[in-house]
Design a protein around this ligand. Structure first.
Ligand code: AMP
Ligand code: FES
Ligand code: ZN
Ligand code: ZN
Length: 324
């Protein structure tokens, strides 16, 4: 196996591009893919200040490292979700990464800032942990992005993640979600710009990038994610990809090219509240009376979660794990 660029011995194959790379040229390939994505979807321009949401996993470390190498002004953001040992370990990985590279990091711990954690919120709301987890992360991301006046909030979603979400949304024809499934959401109605620069890289590629760059990341998945439907969608798409390399990319990028506009309500209704659209009725936004975040009801969903979960008796992770 020879590197496509230098013809030296190759370390990794990227079947959907029919290409093999040595270590240096694979790293260059990953950075070029991100650079291309940033331009293609109007995600960021040189000089932009980017807030990178980091979880301790391979994807968010890879995107942070790549954005740094491309010369962006970056700041990490870690949210302590209070998911037992998993959160303790992931927080440590994030701190080690940031200090090792002298990068600025903001840490917001749900328990010390808001007096609740994800397992407790899941118990009091009687909903799957991912629901309170997603709501909390979105709120903190938006708030910190506004507070620090960043140009965008960056997440590490990769091609496998986005193809699996798309697959799930298509299976159930969740048209409102389909209309918002873009790798770049512009700043709108008080919500900051949101970007996913890794959508041209697969999970296997972000993992290889970290290994080749000597980045130590947490391999373990969130213990609450077991049974998550996206894992089975990923497995289904992997079977198809194995038979026909390039299918995931064709599925996701074909959707962005030919279909997403057909489902996007915000193009006809600029007041559509993106984060609350599935739960709230009125599309007219005003500041939440408690936290000031844009919302289409008096009190935003995050503050309503706080009312129920904040100060509630802490519930251990194991109890929630058994339940879901
Ligand atoms: P996930 O929803 O766990 O697949 O994560 C998707 C992306 O959200 C990651 O790549 C990160 O950019 C971000 N993220 C997930 N968990 C956290 C966290 N605890 N703190 C900050 N960002 C996170
Ligand atoms: Fe949110 Fe697991 S990462 S519940
Ligand atoms: Zn090479
Ligand atoms: Zn609020």
């Amino acid at each position: 196996m020879k590197c496509k660029v230098c013809k030296g011995p190759a370390l990794i194959d990227v079947r959907r591009h029919n290409a093999n790379f040595c270590s240096d040229h694979f790293i260059r390939y990953c950075r070029e893919q991100v650079s291309k994505t940033l331009k293609e979807f109007d995600m960021a321009e040189p000089g932009d200040r980017l807030l990178v949401a980091v979880s301790g996993g391979k994807d968010s470390f890879a995107v942070w490292d790549i954005l740094e190498s491309l010369g962006f002004d970056t700041n990490g953001l870690y949210v302590g979700l209070g998911i037992g040992e998993y959160s303790d370990t992931s927080g440590q990985y994030v701190r080690d990464f940031a200090t090792g590279r002298n990068l600025p990091l903001t840490e917001i711990d749900l328990r010390s800032t808001y007096d609740y954690d994800v397992p407790t919120a899941s118990a009091v709301t009687r909903r799957v942990p991912c629901s309170a987890c997603g709501l909390s992360k979105r709120h903190v991301f938006d708030k910190e992005c506004r507070k620090g006046n960043f140009d965008a909030i960056v997440t590490g979603h990769n091609l496998d993640d986005e193809a699996a979400v798309l697959y799930g949304n298509v299976l159930r024809w969740q048209t409102d979600y389909l209309g918002r499934q873009r790798p770049m959401l512009p700043a709108l109605n008080g919500f900051p710009k949101k970007i996913k620069p890794l959508v041209r890289l697969s999970e296997r590629e972000t993992a290889a990038y970290c290994v080749l760059r000597g980045i130590d990341y947490l391999v373990e998945e969130c213990p609450m994610a077991a049974g998550n439907k996206h894992l089975s969608y990923k497995a289904a798409l992997n079977l198809i990809e194995e038979e026909s390399p390039g299918s995931k990319q064709a599925f996701y990028f074909g959707f962005l090219r030919d279909a997403v506009d057909r489902f996007d309500l915000t193009t006809s209704d600029p007041n559509q509240d993106r984060s609350d659209v599935a739960t709230e009725d009125s599309p007219i936004l005003s500041p939440c009376i408690e936290c000031g975040s844009p919302t289409n009801v008096e009190t935003c969903s995050f503050c309503r979660l706080l009312r129920r979960a904040s100060g509630a008796k802490p519930v251990p992770v194991e109890l929630i794990r058994k339940k879901y």
